[in-house]
Design a protein around this ligand. Structure first.
Ligand code: ADP
Length: 430
């Protein structure tokens, strides 16, 4: 609402001030002297008010202007309203900035606002962490000076931001960052940086997986195709028939076992969590595995020892646990030289249930241990193939255990043997 300056009141005030002076001046015969003295006093008074106003504007910290008198009352009041309006506007703006900053902090990505010359205007907390920026030290610094990657500088200077830029972080290894740049306000750019390490790893895992499966299936297929081609046109001498048949059968079994293991892995990955809380009679399960192990062990002739607590049952998914237990037991038999020792323990330890398989095999070098549960990872591929291994057994075991809130521990000494073990917490015991 506009306030109207009351001109008539101003004129009236002047009139009331000068009329008595004029009358007295006429009476004493010096009207001009009195008018001059009156004007002079008025001038002094106005200067005084002006002084109060400038003093308040320049020196006083008070938000309210001084009390105005006469004509100055309106001036001071006007300034007071102006101040008030400005203060409200400033608060609204501060609120807007705060909301923008809160929003930018809530974004799960690092955000940096740059001037067109790439100097930093502002960044969120995540940018400090992800890009290693320092605030406020780096305010005004050029981002291409702080991220010293030629690829980044080239990308920023080219100014074509349709495609994002992927960069391996310079200061933290194995971190892959995706930079997206978009124009922001006038003459500014907003850089949004996202950590895509996990996505990249998944993409790499998918590629490796497809390559590994194809490779694993191609080897037996090549063998079978080779024999089938030799059979064509009676090229194969009858003496080779039986060998060819055996080899083809063996290779087909390999493919069958690989496909079964892949299916079981995908079943475990897709299974619901509710499916794994049935009471399982583990001693009985281990009894079956022991019988199977004895028959597999006939060739190797190891001393097999099963120390089983007959009263130790747990809650879980039976099929999954069977494959976890048996993978470890059969691996121990396969990867131990004939005449070794394999000991299986299923015992209560304070509040936990512990399973372990210890062998006196060749052992595993430390650099392989962390990678054993990767799909298709084998220390010695040729040796694992002769045992019929696909490299999926420990990957399946790892998945099964993680679904049962447990994990696989592996300790091994080259030349002495290995121990594969895991425990189940109290809440899994029946
Ligand atoms: P595989 O089907 O090849 O046995 P696994 O996933 O079960 O696949 O095991 C992965 C690799 O771990 C094996 O190829 C082998 O090199 C190594 N390994 C597993 N168990 C043992 C063990 N008890 N002793 C020595 N090496 C082992």
């Amino acid at each position: 609402m506009y306030r109207v300056v009351n001109k008539r009141a101003l004129v009236k005030r002047l009139f009331i001030y000068f009329l008595p002076l004029l009358l007295i001046g006429v009476l004493i015969g010096a009207p001009f002297l009195l008018l001059f003295l009156g004007s002079f006093s008025l001038l002094v008074w106005h200067y005084h008010q002006l002084y109060r106003l400038s003093d308040w504007l320049l020196n006083q910290r008070s938000f309210n202007p001084p009390e105005g008198e006469g004509a100055w009352e309106q001036v001071f009041e006007g300034i007071y309203h102006l101040q008030h309006r400005n203060r409200n506007k400033r608060n609204e703006l501060a609120d807007l900035i705060r909301r923008f900053r809160d929003g930018a902090e809530a974004v799960p990505d690092a955000v940096v606002v740059l001037q067109n010359d790439l100097s930093i205007v502002w960044c969120n907390q995540l940018a400090l962490k992800v890009l290693g920026l320092q605030w406020p030290t780096d305010h005004g610094q050029r981002l291409d000076n702080l991220i010293r990657e030629p690829k980044f500088a080239k990308y920023m200077h080219r100014g074509e931001f349709d495609e994002p830029l992927e960069l391996e972080s310079g200061y933290s290894e194995e971190l892959v960052l995706e930079f997206r740049v978009m124009p922001y306000a006038s003459n500014q750019l907003m850089v949004v940086v996202r950590n895509v390490t996990r996505l990249k790893q998944l993409e790499q895992m998918r590629k490796d997986f497809v390559a590994n499966v194809s490779h694993e299936l191609r080897t037996p297929l090549t063998v079978v195709t080779g024999y089938l081609e030799m059979m064509d046109g009676d090229m194969m001498p009858p003496a080779m028939w039986s060998k060819a048949q055996n080899t083809m059968l063996e290779q087909c079994k390999r493919m069958d076992s690989l496909v079964n293991q892949l299916l079981s892995l995908s079943r475990i990955e897709g299974a619901r969590r509710q499916d794994n809380d049935k009471a399982i009679n583990v001693p009985q399960l281990l009894k079956y595995i022991e019988t199977e192990a004895q028959s597999v062990n006939q060739e190797k002739g190891h001393i097999l020892t099963f120390n089983i607590d007959p009263n130790l049952d747990i809650k879980g998914a039976e099929d999954e646990l069977r494959s976890a237990f048996s993978n470890l037991v059969f691996n121990a038999i396969h990867y131990t030289q004939p005449g070794g020792e394999v000991t299986v323990n299923w015992q209560r330890n304070a509040t936990q249930a512990c399973f372990s398989v210890t062998d006196t095999g060749d052992g595993i070098a430390p650099e392989h241990i962390n990678r054993l549960t990767e799909r298709f990872y084998r220390v010695d591929k040729a040796r694992s193939r002769t045992t019929g291994g696909s490299g999926l057994g420990l990957a399946i075991t790892k998945h099964v255990l993680s679904r049962h809130d447990s994990h696989l521990n592996i300790t091994s000494t080259v030349g002495q043997g290995s121990c594969f073990s895991f425990t189940f917490n109290e809440d899994k015991l029946v």
